[in-house]
Design a protein around this ligand. Structure first.
Ligand SMILES: NC(=O)c1ccc[n+]([C@@H]2O[C@H](COP(=O)([O-])OP(=O)(O)OC[C@H]3O[C@@H](n4cnc5c(N)ncnc54)[C@H](O)[C@@H]3O)[C@@H](O)[C@H]2O)c1
Length: 249
């Protein structure tokens, strides 16, 4: 039986894939056969080495800032120059606003969070839609968060708001482009142990205890992206897939 989640020959752009969840997504999509183009504000050659090191993958990276529209266009142009098309865009790059109360948040921290986490998704989507609409096909996956719908003490309201905005962009773009052959979806992860969060052993145990299936890994998110961008999800657009390890809070 053929595997309907193979992505052989497809060109996938992943933002923020130098580390963490973005790196996990890039590795899974490469494993599925996609050619990877990474845009990150930091050097992503570690991810490139992992993809190429396994002897089968093809990947390049570009230093860029998703919050700048001109950088978003440069990233899409790199993919077009190299591969003549863009099939997949994964808007993963984001920043955590500093922990703390809304009323303590400096104005520039609010603005930077919105610029990267929300405007960055808009910039890259807008730039990628040009070739996708011209070719009449494409898939965009936006990495939102469960915190788009669930506030938590210690989690910045700016981050929550930016991730809720990403859901709005997902639905809005989907409504406008799915009848042109382009599907747009979001993923809302709960806690993914994508990096060292600096917890004490007690804090780590307390958090992990909330997740019946354990906390997530970057690969878990990558596998969900693989499904959403594959032919297996041909009837899926404008939706947000919640990945929570069974946690329902
Ligand atoms: N880790 C979690 O528990 C969790 C949960 C829900 C959602 N998310 C979301 O998943 C995504 C990845 O999270 P992570 O934990 O891997 O984060 P991370 O901080 O480890 O990685 C983010 C990556 O994005 C890059 N980046 C940051 N700003 C950028 C910019 N302006 N332009 C280009 N690249 C930029 C960083 O250099 C980095 O490589 C984010 O959208 C995050 O909000 C994470």
């Amino acid at each position: 039986m053929s595997d309907s989640t193979r992505l052989d020959g497809q060109v996938a752009i992943v933002t923020g894939a130098a580390q963490g969840i973005g790196q996990g997504i890039a590795l899974v999509l490469a494993e599925a056969g996609a050619k990877i183009v990474i845009g990150d504000i930091q050097d992503a050659s570690g991810t490139i080495d992992q993809i190429q090191g396994e002897g089968k993958g093809e990947a390049v990276c570009m230093l860029m800032d998703t919050s700048r529209a001109a950088d978003a266009r440069r990233l899409i142009n790199l993919a077009i120059d190299l591969h003549k098309k863009v099939d997949i865009l994964v808007n993963n790059a984001a920043i955590d606003a500093p922990d703390g109360n809304a009323w303590d948040l400096p104005d520039d921290e609010w603005q930077r969070t919105i610029d990267v986490n929300l405007t960055g998704v808009f910039n890259c989507s807008k730039a990628a839609l040009e070739p996708m609409l011209a070719q009449g096909s494409g898939c965009i996956v936006n990495i939102s968060s469960r915190s788009a719908e669930a506030g938590a003490k210690g989690l910045s309201p700016a981050y929550n708001a930016s991730k809720a905005g990403v859901l709005g962009l997902t639905r809005g773009f989907s409504a406008q482009v799915s009848d042109h052959g382009v599907r747009v979806n979001a993923i809302m992860p709960s806690l993914v142990e994508s990096r060292d969060f600096g917890w004490t052993p007690e804090e780590a145990a307390e958090r992990r205890a909330q997740y019946p299936l354990g906390t997530g890994t970057p690969k878990d998110i990558g596998e969900a992206v693989r499904y959403l961008v594959s032919p297996a999800a041909r009837w899926v657009s404008g939706t947000a897939l919640q990945l929570t390890g069974g946690y329902q809070g």
